[in-house]
Design a protein around this ligand. Structure first.
Ligand code: ATP
Ligand code: MG
Length: 318
């Protein structure tokens, strides 16, 4: 951590969750929220809770939804000095309802919210000039303002000897335009650590087959890959050839949202705190599993004592 904090750039949202399972929002229904959310915010919350130096770049509106987020991140120990407060636009939001088959319906307000209206500023520049590690979520690439900041930040952080992690975090259905696709490929090539989930691995590598994709990514310059497999656990691959399989913890899943972001935030933070890949994987698996046991995208993000207690008291899948 001597080089400076871990910084995440991207969308900050509230999430409002339907309490019943069904199709969408065409009728009046019970909802619960607002919960602090946005994949980049969940990631950085988990970093802060685990005791890593962490800072967030993004924007909220001058409203209670914004304060839900800034209060939460501050409480987690995250530096919020580079989160701007937009005087004109509301905080971004996502309404979510689970269907019977586990898929989800969303109503989003991101593109026309504060979340999409931040840019390079004096405060952002000051933070990036002292950043030790940058984490980028693929989801942020669909937000033009975040894209511009990320492009600049990657070059500055890398030039000062910092490192980069990337969670592709792209839904399979999401088609990128050619320019975003190119930007994504460039980011992957610049990444030291890649945190894909499922088929994102092959998408990031641009080739099919797990082993081929891993090989291709190492050729591109990535040094560490952690593949997330939901309740199937996770696997660590190192460019030197090491592989570690981490079984998942056995939990009652209440709300799967945010598992991957908590997993990533915990893994990266533990590695930056000097832990071995194996120990970082244990904390990361615990962070992901614990988060799915609580309603709300980051409500289950654990502190180090909470994760230690979770590991000590929870079975792992054989
Ligand atoms: P999301 O994008 O929805 O936040 P993701 O697809 O990026 O998630 P997942 O693979 O779903 O990431 O979850 C990350 C890690 O969290 C898994 O590798 C696993 O260790 C843990 N995890 C997730 N879901 C469960 C579960 N139901 N039971 C136990 N562990 C889980
Ligand atoms: Mg993910």
């Amino acid at each position: 951590d001597a080089l400076g904090p871990t910084v995440c750039v991207g969308e900050i949202l509230v999430e409002i969750v339907a309490t019943t399972v069904g199709n969408g929002f065409l009728e009046a229904q019970p909802l619960v929220g607002p919960f602090a959310s946005g994949a980049p915010a969940i990631f950085i919350s988990q970093c802060g809770r685990l005791g890593g130096q962490a800072a967030m770049v993004g924007a909220v509106g001058d409203d209670d939804f914004g304060r839900v987020n800034t209060d939460r991140l501050k409480r987690d120990g995250v530096d919020i000095s580079a989160i701007s407060i937009d005087p004109d636009y509301p905080t971004g939001s996502a309404f979510v309802r689970y269907r019977k088959d586990g898929s989800r319906d969303f109503v989003y307000n991101i593109a026309t919210s504060a979340a999409a209206r931040f840019g390079w500023s004096r405060g952002v520049a000051d933070l990036i000039d002292r950043t030790g590690h940058l984490h980028v979520m693929g989801s942020a690439l669909s937000v033009p303002s975040a894209r511009a900041v990320i492009d600049k930040a990657v070059d500055i952080v890398k030039a000062r000897g910092g490192t980069l992690s990337v969670d592709p975090n792209l839904r399979k259905e999401l088609k990128l335009d050619e320019e975003t696709d190119r930007r994504f490929a460039k980011l992957v090539a610049a990444a030291d650590l890649l945190l894909p989930s499922g088929e994102e691995l092959e998408r990031a590598a641009g080739v099919e087959g797990e082993a081929k994709a891993i090989r291709r990514l190492f050729e591109m310059g990535v040094t560490e890959i952690v593949l997330k497999r939901g309740a199937g656990g996770a696997t660590y691959f190192a460019s030197g050839g090491d592989r570690i399989d981490a079984p998942a913890f056995v939990v009652q899943e209440v709300d799967p949202t945010g598992a991957g972001d908590c997993f990533g935030g915990a893994y990266l933070t533990c590695r930056r705190l000097g832990m071995s890949p194996k120990q970082a994987l244990t904390y990361a698996s615990a962070a992901g599993a614990r988060n799915v046991t609580v309603l709300g995208p980051m409500e289950g993000a654990g502190t180090r004592p909470e994760l230690d207690a979770f590991v000590a008291s929870t079975e792992r899948r054989p």
